[in-house]
Design a protein around this ligand. Structure first.
Ligand SMILES: O=C(O)CCC(=O)C(=O)O
Length: 259
């Protein structure tokens, strides 16, 4: 899939690009099956990072998986070859390389994310762009992203956990961005974003792929080493910044209770 030149103007002007219908119905079914397989894998296998959260009603549920590429052939092919990397390269204006990948599951009752830019969480590179692949319809009820368009050129101040301070977040012009399952939402690392809890009865899964320009180097391995190192000191964080508003913990179990 190529990015049409008009959309490139939207991308450059806003730092955000919605691309509908990337995964057709059959491909979406296949990717959903992969997501189910990955969610059920035990943490630690081939470096897989599994994170759970305790929801308000006391259930421990999977909230995030990272470092998927070494563990899943189908996902590795989808994320590192073909159309997605081609689009990432077009949007970056030069060849792209995968920086990191994750699935956020946002189960029913799952928590949201505080206002943040991605830049403080992604060391070693000058810029990243992220692609959200909606695995389920992402809606205002189940915690779709809210973003601020046109603020994609500069870093904003951060609070003590690396997020956008409340005094600033409350005056930004947030816009909710529902995304249909199978569609893509691209945004660059300075785009302010946040999301609410999932107050619907159904899960809202999304894959997030982050790419950097190959001229900045291939840092995927380095990033995961750094993440393990920085988060080794007994923290329950799921990221290098403290944006997740839920009660998270690294998964130590092979199986989990489900809602
Ligand atoms: O999945 C979401 O609701 C938001 C995710 C997000 O902003 C992040 O993982 O950095």
């Amino acid at each position: 899939m190529l990015v049409d030149p008009l959309d490139l103007a939207t991308w450059r002007g806003s730092g955000v690009l919605l691309m509908g219908g990337f995964l057709g119905p059959e491909r979406l079914r296949e990717v959903r099956r992969w997501v189910d397989e990955i969610e059920a894998l035990p943490g630690g296998e081939d470096g897989l990072l599994q994170y759970d959260e305790t929801t308000g009603d006391g259930f421990s549920v999977r909230c995030r998986t990272e470092n998927i590429v070494p563990c899943h052939d189908g996902m590795r092919a989808l994320l590192t070859r073909g159309a997605l990397i081609d689009i990432a390269s077009t949007l970056l204006g030069e060849p792209a390389v995968l920086y990191k990948e994750k699935i956020n599951y946002k189960q029913s009752g799952g928590a949201g994310f505080a206002p943040h830019q991605d830049a403080p969480a992604y060391p070693f590179v000058r810029c990243t762009i992220t692609c959200m692949i909606a695995i389920d319809d992402s809606t205002t009820d189940n915690g779709c992203l809210d973003i601020v368009e046109g603020m994609h050129h500069d870093p904003l101040p951060t609070d003590d956990v690396g997020c956008i301070p409340a005094y600033l977040a409350e005056i930004l012009p947030w816009k909710s961005v529902p995304v249909r399952a199978g569609s893509l939402l691209w945004f660059n690392w300075y785009v302010p974003h946040r999301s609410g809890a999932n107050i619907s009865p159904h899960r809202r899964r999304a894959i997030y792929l982050t790419y950097n320009a190959a001229s900045d180097g291939d840092h995927r391995h380095h990033y995961y080493q750094e993440k393990r190192h920085r988060l080794a000191a007994g923290t329950d964080r799921i990221s290098l910044i403290g944006h997740f508003t839920g009660d998270s913990h690294v998964s130590t179990q092979d199986t989990q209770e489900s809602v």
